[in-house]
Design a binder for this molecule. Structure first.
Ligand SMILES: [Zn+2]
Length: 1027
C-alpha cells in the first residue's frame, strides 16, 4: 500500500495510515484502534483541547495582554523572493529572512518563556533544508513545546481578492503538507493569520473553516467598519462564510487585531525601528522604565475596552523584523517583568505574557461567551476617506491572466501525473515534475504577487517562476501522452496561441493535434490554430474527416477530395496569420487526437473580411447561431441587442470601452490612483471612442464582428455554432499616457434592466455575494468615492438581474467590477498610471513591454434568472479548466510495445454529473493520489434543472488507469483525517447549530451536498495502460 515516507513522528499526518481498506466508518474499524486514538482520548479527557496543551498560564481576574512576537515576511514585494530570503539588495529594503530565522531560534533557546510565530512556509522550508540535523532537532523541540508556533502555514499568505479558490487550496495544501511531514501534529497551525491582505473574502473564511482552522485573525478592514465594531464590541465574531454549507461547516471564529499587525506606538524594539529601548537603571540619565510601564498599562487598558474578554493581544513585530531578535526579546523580557511587578507593588490588574495567536484564541474559547455572526465579507477595504484599495483588483492584468492560465496547466499536469503514475515522471522525454509549477503557483498567490502590487522587477520574477515551472510539466505531459497513446512524438506546446503564434502549425504541411480535456465530462471545443496559407483537411480520432458544413468556397474543391475545413482569414494578414478552426470532441479527463493535412494544389479562396461602411443603409447587423443573436448598430458599430432565442429573451445591451482619468490628488484628498488604490478624478468615464470601425466575418464555423475603437483598443465579438454565450475578445494597450493622464480602462454593458442598485459578484470563483451600490450590510456607509467605493473583486463572474432576466459576464482572470447605474455593469480591463499611491511600493503602475498590451475574453450569457446558474456555473468551470492543446509533427515511433497506438483516451469510466467538479486529481507520493470532488452549485441556485440537488457518486472503478485499494477522507488540505479532525466549538447568537450526522464513508456512495468539497487520499494501483 506504499505509505508516503514521512520525516518524523508518531501519528504524523494524523495516523492516516491506520484505517483499514475502504473504510472510515467507526463500525468497520479494526477492533484495536491505533495508538494515536488513545492519545486523542487522553487529550480530550484533560482540560485542554488538542494543540493547546503548551499554552501559557493566564491570570483569571486580570486583563491578560498576550504579546505575539512575529515577523511578516512578504514572499516578494519590493524585492524578489530570493532577494528577501538571502538579504540581497538591502539598499531597496533592509530584509533578510534567513537571518531572521537564525536569530529567532537562538533567542528562543535563550529563555524558555519566549515564544514566536512563523507564517510563510515558502521561506521556512527553504531555511529548514539548509540546517544541520542538530539544528533541525532543536527546532523540532521548540515546536513540540509550543515555543515556535506556526500560524496559517500556507506556502504564502495569499491575497483574497484576485485569487481563485482552487489555487488557494493548492497553496495551503503545499505549506501545510510541509509542516505535517516535518513536525507531525505538533506543527499543525490552529489559527489562520492574514494580517496584511487588503480586504477579506467570505470564501477565504469558508475554506479556512473547511481546512480545520479553529480561528482567524486579520489586520485590515474598512476604517468605518472598524470604528463601528469597536463601539459595538464586535471586533471578534463568528463568520458564517457559506449560505449553502450547513453550520458549523463554514463557521470561522474571526478576530480583528487591534493595531493592524504592528506593535503599539513607541514600543517597537526592532533594529528597523527607532523607539527607545527600556532603561530600568534609575541611576541612568536615560532611565525611562516607569514612563514606559505606565504608558504600556494605559495602552493595554484602552485597547482592552474594545474587546469582550479579559484578554487582549499586541502584535510585537512587523515587516521583516527580528533580524536581530535579541533586541526585541531583551526589551520584551524587561517589559513583562516590570509590568507584572506592578501587580504586587501597586495592585495593577494587568498581566502581560509571551503568547501566540492560538493560545489567545484558546482563552477566548474558554470564556464561553455567545458571539454575534457575520454573513457578508470585508470588501472593499478603505484605510481612510477617498482611499479605496480597489485598484489592485485589476492591476497587472497580464500577470493575472498568466497566473490563471498556469492554474489550468498545473491541473492538467497534476491529473496526468496521477493518471499515469511514475511513467509520467520518468520517461522518454526525461524527468517530468509537477512540483516546480505547483510551488511557483503557490508563490503567485501571495498578496503582492497576483494582486499586482509588487515592483516591476519583482513582477517580472513572478512571471519567470511560472515559466520555469511550465518546463518540467511539459516533460511530464510528453511522458504521459506517449504512455497513454502508445506512441512517441515530438510534442510541442504552443504557449503563444493567444497571439496566434505556433511554429509547428504555421510551417508543417501535416501535423497532429492532441487535445486534453481536464473536466470530468465530455466537451466540444473549438480548436483555433495559426496556419500557413492553404487549405487543410482535419480528421478525427477515427480517421473521419471532421464534419464541417463546408468552407466558403467549397465549390472549388477538386472532385474526389474531402471537403476542406474552414480557414479563417485574419482581418490583418500582415500581423495575424490565417487560422484553422475545427470543433474537437473530447472525452472526460482524456484526449482526442486530430490529424491535420494540407490539401495540395488548391488555391485558397476563403472569404475575405467584409468591411462594413459606416452609415450603411442596413438597419442592423447581426451574428447568430441556433441559440443567440447579437445585433450591432450599423451607425456606431457597437453591440446593441442580445437575444436568447431558446427563451425568446430580448435585451438591449450597449457595450463599449471607457476610461477613468486617474486622480493624482486634489483638494479633497492628496490620494492618487496607484497599484493598490483606485481613485478616478471624476465620476464619469470618458469613451475610448463613440463608434467603432467594424467588419463582419461569417463562415460556417464562426461569426465575428471585429470592432476597432482606437489604435490601442479593439474587440472581436464572436459566436461559434452551438455556443450559448457571446464571446467578447478585447485587446487593450499599450495605454497611451503621453498626455500625462493615467488611464483606467473599463468595458461597460448598459441595459434597461431595473436592478434597484444591486449586482452580484463571485467570491474567489465559488459562492456569489449580493452587492448594493453605496451600501454596506453591517454599517451605515459614508461614501467618499462613488466609483471606487463601489468596486468589488470579480474572480470569475459578475451579473445583474431584474428578477426575470439575468445578464452574466464571465472573466478569464480576476478584475475589478461594479454596477454604477441600474442596468449597467462594468469591468476594469487595464490600467496604466503615472503616480504612486503611497502604500510602500513607491513605483507608479507603468507597465512597459509584455504587460502593456493585454488581450482577454468576456463571456456573456443572457438567460432567465431561473436558468442562469446552470449556464454560468458550467461555463466558468470550462473557462478555468480549458482543454490543453498539444501538437506533434506525427510519424513518431511506437512506445508502449504490445499495446496498439491510441488516438483517444478517457481517464474516467463514466462522466461525472454536471453538478460535480473534479477539483483536484494529483499524485500524493508513491501509489497515493489526492482527490477532491466538489458540488459546484449553491443551494437553490438552479431550480430549473435541479442541479442544486445533492448528488451521489460511486468512486469504485471510476478511474480507468488505476484501482483504488483504499480510500480515506481528510480535511480540505489533507493534513488531518476527517474523522479525527475536530474544531473548537463556539456559541452564536443565532441559536444552536444542528448536530452533524454521524460520519460514514462508503466509496460506492459518496454524496455531495450543494457547494460541498470532499477531499480523499486514495491508495491506488496503476494498471497496465492497454486501452
Ligand atoms: Zn505583506
Amino acid at each position: 500500500m506504499g505509505a508516503y515516507a514521512r520525516a518524523s513522528g508518531v501519528c504524523a499526518r494524523g495516523c492516516l495510515d491506520s484505517a483499514g481498506p475502504w473504510t472510515m466508518s467507526r463500525a468497520l474499524r479494526p477492533p484495536l484502534p491505533p495508538l494515536c486514538f488513545f492519545l486523542l482520548l487522553l487529550a480530550a479527557a484533560g482540560a485542554r483541547a488538542g494543540g493547546y496543551e503548551t499554552c501559557p498560564t493566564v491570570q483569571p481576574n486580570m486583563l491578560n495582554v498576550h504579546l505575539l512576537p512575529h515577523t511578516h515576511d512578504d514572499v516578494g514585494w519590493l524585492k524578489t523572493v530570493d532577494q528577501y530570503f538571502y538579504g540581497i539588495k538591502n539598499d531597496i529594503q533592509h530584509a533578510g529572512v534567513q537571518y531572521i530565522l537564525d536569530s529567532v531560534i537562538s533567542a528562543l533557546l535563550a529563555d524558555p518563556t519566549r515564544r514566536f510565530i512563523y507564517v510563510e512556509i515558502a521561506f521556512f522550508s527553504r531555511w529548514w533544508h539548509q540546517q544541520t540535523n542538530a539544528t533541525q532537532e532543536v527546532v523540532r523541540d521548540l515546536v513540540r513545546q509550543g515555543r515556535l508556533e506556526f500560524a496559517n502555514g500556507g506556502w504564502v499568505m495569499n491575497d483574497e481578492a484576485a485569487t481563485h479558490y482552487g489555487a488557494i487550496v493548492d497553496q495551503m495544501t503545499l505549506g501545510l503538507r510541509f509542516l505535517e511531514d516535518t513536525f507531525g501534529n505538533d506543527g499543525r497551525p490552529r489559527v489562520a493569520w492574514h494580517i496584511d491582505p487588503f480586504g477579506h473574502s467570505r470564501e477565504q473564511a469558508s475554506l479556512f473553516a473547511q481546512m480545520g482552522f479553529d480561528g482567524f485573525f486579520f489586520g485590515r478592514l474598512d476604517y468605518q467598519d472598524k470604528w463601528v465594531r469597536m463601539q459595538k464590541l464586535e471586533m471578534e465574531q463568528v463568520w458564517r462564510a457559506s449560505t449553502s454549507l450547513k453550520p458549523p461547516t463554514a463557521d470561522l471564529f474571526t478576530g480583528v487585531l487591534p493595531n493592524g499587525y504592528n506593535p503599539p506606538r513607541n514600543l517597537c524594539w526592532d533594529v528597523l525601528c527607532v523607539d527607545q529601548p527600556l532603561v530600568e537603571d534609575p541611576r541612568s540619565p536615560e532611565y525611562n522604565a516607569k514612563e514606559l510601564v505606565d504608558y504600556f498599562l494605559n495602552v493595554a487598558t484602552a485597547q482592552g475596552r474594545y474587546y469582550r474578554t479579559n484578554h487582549t493581544v499586541m502584535t510585537m513585530g512587523s515587516d521583516f523584523q527580528y533580524e536581530n531578535a535579541n533586541m526585541w526579546f531583551k526589551n520584551l523580557d524587561k517589559l513583562i517583568r516590570l509590568v507584572n511587578a506592578q501587580q504586587q507593588a501597586k495592585g495593577s490588574s494587568v498581566h502581560v505574557l509571551y503568547s501566540t495567536p492560538a493560545c489567545y484564541l484558546w482563552e477566548l474559547n474558554k470564556a464561553n461567551l455567545t458571539w454575534s455572526v457575520k454573513h457578508d465579507d470585508f470588501f472593499p477595504y478603505a484605510d481612510g476617506p477617498h482611499q479605496f484599495w480597489t485598484g489592485y483588483f485589476s492591476s497587472r492584468p497580464a500577470l493575472k491572466r498568466y497566473e490563471r492560465l498556469s492554474y489550468n496547466f498545473l491541473q492538467v499536469c497534476n491529473q496526468l501525473e496521477a493518471l499515469v503514475g511514475l511513467a509520467a515522471n520518468v520517461g522518454p522525454y526525461g524527468s517530468g515534475d509537477s512540483a516546480p509549477l505547483n510551488e511557483a503557483m503557490a508563490v503567485l498567490q501571495h498578496h503582492d504577487a497576483v494582486s499586482g502590487t509588487s515592483r516591476q522587477h519583482v513582477a517580472n520574477d513572478y512571471a519567470r517562476q511560472l515559466a520555469a515551472g511550465w518546463g518540467p510539466c511539459e516533460v511530464l505531459l510528453s511522458n504521459a501522452l506517449a504512455r497513454l497513446r502508445g506512441f512517441k512524438d515530438h510534442f510541442t506546446f504552443c504557449q503563444q496561441l493567444n497571439i496566434s503564434i505556433c511554429p509547428l502549425s504555421q510551417t508543417a504541411a501535416r501535423f497532429q493535434v492532441i487535445v486534453y480535456n481536464p473536466l470530468g465530462r465530455k466537451v466540444n471545443w473549438m480548436v483555433r490554430l495559426p496556419v500557413s496559407e492553404g487549405v487543410f483537411v482535419v480528421k478525427d480520432p477515427n480517421g473521419r474527416t471532421v464534419p464541417s458544413d463546408v468552407s466558403p468556397n467549397n465549390e472549388y474543391s477538386p472532385a474526389g477530395t474531402p471537403p476542406p475545413v474552414v480557414i479563417f482569414p485574419s482581418s490583418d494578414s500582415q500581423a495575424h496569420p490565417p487560422e484553422l478552426l475545427f470543433s474537437a470532441s473530447l472525452p472526460a479527463l482524456g484526449f482526442s487526437t486530430y490529424s491535420v493535412a494540407q490539401v495540395p494544389r488548391w488555391k485558397p479562396q476563403a472569404r475575405a473580411p467584409q468591411p462594413i461602411p459606416r452609415r450603411s443603409w442596413s438597419p442592423a447587423l447581426t451574428i447568430e447561431n441556433e441559440h443567440i443573436r447579437a445585433t450591432f448598430d450599423p451607425d456606431t458599430g457597437l453591440l446593441m441587442e442580445i437575444m436568447n432565442m431558446n427563451q425568446q429573451l430580448l435585451l438591449p445591451v450597449r457595450q463599449t470601452f471607457f476610461w477613468y482619468n486617474a486622480s493624482i490628488g486634489d483638494n479633497e484628498s492628496d490620494q492618487a490612483s496607484g497599484a493598490y488604490i483606485f481613485r478616478p478624478n471624476q465620476q464619469k468615464p470618458l469613451p475610448v471612442s463613440r463608434w467603432a470601425q467594424i467588419h463582419l466575418v461569417k463562415t460556417p464555423l464562426v461569426q465575428e464582428v471585429h470592432q476597432n475603437f482606437s489604435a490601442w483598443c479593439s474587440q472581436v465579438v464572436r459566436l461559434y455554432p452551438g455556443q450559448r454565450h457571446l464571446e467578447l475578445e478585447w485587446s487593450v494597450g499599450p495605454i497611451p499616457v503621453g498626455d500625462t493622464w493615467g488611464k483606467e480602462v473599463i468595458s461597460r454593458f448598459d441595459t434597461p434592466l431595473e436592478t434597484k442598485g444591486r449586482f452580484y459578484t463571485d467570491s474567489n470563483g465559488r459562492e456569489i455575494l449580493e452587492r448594493r451600490r453605496d451600501y454596506r450590510p453591517t454599517w451605515k456607509l459614508n461614501q467618499t468615492e462613488p466609483v471606487a467605493g463601489n468596486y468589488y473583486p470579480v474572480n470569475t463572474r459578475i451579473y445583474i438581474t431584474d428578477g426575470n432576466m439575468q445578464l452574466t459576464v464571465l472573466t478569464d482572470r480576476s478584475q475589478g467590477g461594479s454596477s454604477l447605474r441600474d442596468g449597467s455593469l462594468e469591468l476594469m480591463v487595464h490600467r496604466r498610471l503615472l503616480k504612486d499611491d503611497g502604500r510602500g511600493v513607491s513605483e507608479p503602475l507603468m507597465e512597459n513591454g509584455s504587460g502593456a498590451w493585454v488581450r482577454g475574453r468576456h463571456l456573456v450569457l443572457l438567460d432567465t434568472a431561473q436558468a442562469a446558474a446552470a449556464g454560468h456555473r458550467l461555463l466558468a468551470e470550462q473557462e478555468v479548466l480549458a482543454p490543453q492543446v498539444v501538437l506533434a509533427p506525427g510519424g513518431g515511433a511506437a512506445y508502449n510495445l504490445g499495446a496498439p497506438p491510441r488516438t483517444q483516451f478517457s481517464g474516467l469510466r463514466r462522466d461525472l454529473p454536471p453538478s460535480v467538479h473534479l477539483l483536484t486529481l494529483a499524485s500524493w507520493g508513491p501509489e497515493m493520489v489526492l482527490l477532491r470532488l466538489e458540488h459546484q452549485f449553491a443551494v437553490g441556485e438552479d431550480s430549473g434543472r435541479n442541479l442544486s440537488a445533492p448528488v451521489t457518486l460511486n468512486l469504485r472503478d471510476l478511474f480507468s488507469t488505476f484501482t483504488i485499494t483504499r480510500l480515506q477522507e481528510t480535511t480540505l488540505v489533507a493534513n488531518q483525517l476527517r474523522e479525527a479532525a475536530s474544531r473548537l466549538k463556539w456559541t452564536t447568537n443565532t441559536g444552536p447549530t444542528p448536530h452533524q450526522t454521524p460520519y460514514q464513508l462508503d466509496p460506492a456512495n459518496i454524496t455531495l451536498e450543494p457547494m460541498e468539497i470532499r477531499t480523499f487520499l486514495a491508495s491506488v494501483q496503476w494498471k497496465e495502460v492497454d486501452g
